[in-house]
Each structure stands twice: as structure tokens, then as C-alpha cells.
Design a protein around this ligand. Structure first.
Ligand SMILES: [Zn+2]
Length: 255
């Protein structure tokens, strides 16, 4: 049976939160039977953050993020605690409406090291790098397009100016064709730059999303230690987490 801990000023976490910058039902912690935990921001006003190596990363609303007991989370700008604190008093105890103090003391982690399948990290890393390269090449293309926008526009306008010139041989006609050339060039530059800039903004957003995803997902599945910039094969070859000492393996090499 899955459990859900509601975190907030009106949550059911085992300690009170009085911070006015924390929402009433700020976030949820979902715990499944195997002890896997996911943190979900409940569209809170001031955001839910998890610590990822170099700093706190704001979670996207309504999206589940895997966390461990050692993960440090932050609600709004001021309230911070380890996920572990949410579990004390919840551990082993199911929520019952029928009163009685059935709350058991927090279970101590067994001293033996955990073995963790980290094959999921390979996909996270590959996906991040593929997307990053894709976005970089698109950005390069956009920059190229932007720098030749003016040239393209001038050429197009020049061509249209020459064409209109053929039909007007008088001085007056020449003035009109010059005005036409400048006008069309300005219009084309405007339109092209608008399109290019809009696409560029979209690219920046996609790049931010990619970095965000990588920051919150590319970490030790057990303790949340960030592996930012580390090659997956190196993580695997070290065989264990530098922080929590969990043993790593890849599902395929166990069979
Ligand atoms: Zn770890």
C-alpha cells in the first residue's frame, strides 16, 4: 500500500510548520512499499526545492521527483529539512482513523550496505547529452540565420527594387523604387528577426528544462549526491557511492 505524507502548514507531517511562506498543502511525499519516495510540489506559491550538489533546484509543479531519506528539501525561501524527518512517526505506522498511539519508533537503517541498480542513470546521462548537442546545433543554426537575416532581406528587397524599376523609368519612379526597396528590406528584417527571436526563446527554455532535469535526476538514487559532469561509466566503475557507500550495479550485469 502506498502512503502519502502531506507537507505544509495544514499537512500531516510529524512536526509543525508555521512558516507563512509555506502553503497549507505545499507538497506531497509519496512512499511505496519498497520504500521508494517521490516528492511532488503541489503548485505551491513559493516553490519546493531539493538540494542537488551545488545548490537548491526548484521542482516543477505536479511532477514527481525521486528523493531519499538523506535528501535535503526546502519549502519556500526559509524552511529546510531532511526527508528523514518526514518519516519519523510515519515509519511502519499506517494512518488509521481509530485513535490510539500505534506510532512505532523510527526504524534504524540496517548497517549492511545497500545494493542499488543505477542503470537508470545511464538513460538520464545519455538523454541529457543528446538533447544538449541537439539544442547546441539548433542554437548555432539560429545564430547563423540571425547574422544573415539582414543580407537576405537586402537581397530580396534589391531584387524587388530592380523588378519595379523596369516598370518605372522616370525619376519619380526611381524614387518610388528606392523607397520600396528600403521598405521591403525593413519589413523582411522585422519579420525574420521576430521569428528567429521567438524560436531562440523556445530553445533557451528547452535548454533550461534539460539542465533542470539533469540537475535533479543525475544523482545517487539512495542519498541524492549529485553526479553533475561525471561520466556514467566512471560512476559505475567506482562501484559505490562516495557519500553513502551504497554499492552500485547495473541490472544487466547481474543476470
Ligand atoms: Zn549515495
Amino acid at each position: 500500500m502506498n502512503r502519502q505524507i502531506i507537507i505544509g502548514k495544514e499537512g500531516n507531517q510529524p512536526f509543525a510548520i508555521c512558516d507563512p511562506k509555506v502553503s497549507r498543502r505545499h507538497a506531497f511525499l509519496n512512499v511505496d512499499d519498497n520504500g521508494n519516495m517521490q516528492l511532488v510540489d503541489n503548485q505551491s506559491t513559493n516553490g519546493t526545492f531539493i538540494y542537488s550538489g551545488s545548490g537548491f533546484v526548484r521542482l516543477y509543479a505536479n511532477q514527481p521527483y525521486r528523493v531519499s531519506a538523506d535528501s535535503m528539501i526546502q519549502l519556500g525561501p526559509d524552511t529546510r529539512f531532511h526527508v528523514r524527518r518526514l518519516l519519523s512517526g510515519h515509519n511502519g505506522a499506517t494512518r488509521e482513523s481509530g485513535g490510539g498511539n500505534t506510532v512505532s519508533p523510527p526504524r534504524q537503517d540496517p548497517p549492511k550496505v545497500k545494493k542499488i541498480d543505477v542503470s537508470g542513470l545511464r538513460a538520464v546521462s545519455d538523454n541529457y547529452n543528446t538533447k544538449k548537442m541537439e539544442l547546441e546545433s539548433k542554437t548555432g543554426m539560429i545564430n547563423g540565420l540571425r547574422s544573415c537575416t539582414i543580407l537576405v532581406s537586402m537581397l530580396a528587397a534589391g531584387a524587388s527594387g530592380i523588378i519595379s524599376n523596369k516598370f518605372n523609368d522616370s525619376d519619380n519612379g526611381q524614387m518610388i523604387s528606392i523607397a520600396l526597396t528600403v521598405g521591403i528590406a525593413a519589413l523582411l528584417i522585422g519579420v525574420l528577426l521576430t521569428v528567429v527571436n521567438r524560436y531562440n526563446r523556445k530553445l533557451i527554455q528547452m535548454r533550461n528544462d534539460n539542465e533542470h532535469d539533469y540537475a535533479v535526476r543525475y544523482c545517487c538514487p539512495e542519498c541524492g549526491l549529485s553526479f553533475r559532469g561525471k561520466i556514467y561509466e566512471n560512476i559505475l566503475s567506482e562501484r559505490k557511492c562516495p557519500r553513502c557507500k551504497s554499492e552500485y550495479y547495473e541490472k544487466s550485469d547481474k543476470d
